[in-house]
Design a protein around this ligand. Sequence first.
Ligand code: HAM
Length: 434
Amino acid sequence: MTESKLSTQPYKGTRDFYPDEMQQRRWMFDHLRQVIGSYGYQEYDGPMLEPFELYAAKTGDEIVNEQLYSFVDRGDRKVAMRPEMTPTLARMVAAKGQHLQKPLRWFSIPNLWRYERPQRGRLREHWQLNVDLLGVEGVEAEVEIIQVAIDMMRGFGASPVDFEIQINHRQLMNDVFEQVLKLDASQTKAVARAIDKRAKIAPEAFQTLLSEAGCSPEQIAELENFLTAPLLEIGKICGESQGYKDLIRFFDTVNALGLGPVCRFNTSIMRGLDYYTGIVFELFDKHPDNRRALFGGGRYDNLVGMFGQTQMPGVGFGMGDVTLMDFLKVHGLLPEVKAHVDILVGLFDAEMIVQNQQLARHLRSAGFKVESVLKHQKLGKQFELADKRGIPLVVLQGPDEALLEQVSVKDLRTGAQENVHMENLIDWLQAQLA
Ligand code: HAM
């Protein structure tokens, strides 16, 4: 019997990160860390496994019923691999609620698991930057969170015409469903799902979904009227509700900050997760080849309270690495990111491996990033290796140089080669690399 060979493919919907791809991922998240750090956010993390019930309560039907990776562990506990970070964050905050200095400005970059059909912008494992601000009741929190999102995009070189943040309010939608349209609970779910699909389907298909949800022609007309109304008209349709007031304050503030042009009120933003209670938003790429949402988030004032210890309002967003990478690629904003090594310490001959290692150690202790040749090859090959790796300088010490306490340095950027005394070597190299 012939043994079947093991596949080298990663599990469906996951990625291997070879060093070049890892370098890109690090570059992207280092950049994001810088922007978030400038707002004073602190990094946290939690476990990848959580009790299944943590998601069953508020994460939303689609993720829980169709996408959760879950299993029963050896101790008969039902466990899930985290599909999102917000429930873990809420659990951690609830556990220490009273002792935490508010407001909390926290961020994390977990890998998340969702059993999705892999496609452009959607995988089964992705990394998601989560930025959350807890302990602030007013829309100032949403305004800060939106500023973080905009600064992150700008920091990558994105211009305001490249993306748009679409904003809605969960409570406003609930008011429309309950008080204006007078829908029952199951109709509300079906209508919310239809609105979520509205941007991707034809107007007739949308109407059919509403009819199937049991809406009368009058209700459909009323809903269409609401969905197409500008924000200032909304107050006339559903009264000056809290949702309406929040949105007006939010837009007044972002306009005053000059951020209005990238923010747009859009009644079709529903957000699939059940825990949102106030303003919700998604950031979209405006490039026709990459229409997906890059970020999604909103206000969740009851999630921390679900653990029965402390109540704490929260606002935040999640931004996936897959969609962000697609954004950077289609807009030509992804630079070639190379591993950064300053110096290759060459090996003059196999006998000199100890000197080669001593020299490399000496240079590393002075703060340089140093790779060393461990197996002797022709010097030409060693220069070629450094060139391919993008290492600018090759330092070599043969027996003649050793006697004179010198090294020979070749600069691959110019082709120049020079002998340098050991005493001056560090300063000399620093000047070359400056
Ligand atoms: P979400 O909308 O489910 O929100 O995900 C946020 C972002 O993560 C999406 O806009 C997308 O960029 C990315 N994403 C989600 N699923 C996938 C996937 N299967 N493959 C690739 N990228 C994906 C949340 O998860 C909320 N917990 C965010 C949040 C934080 N709300 C408040 N704080």
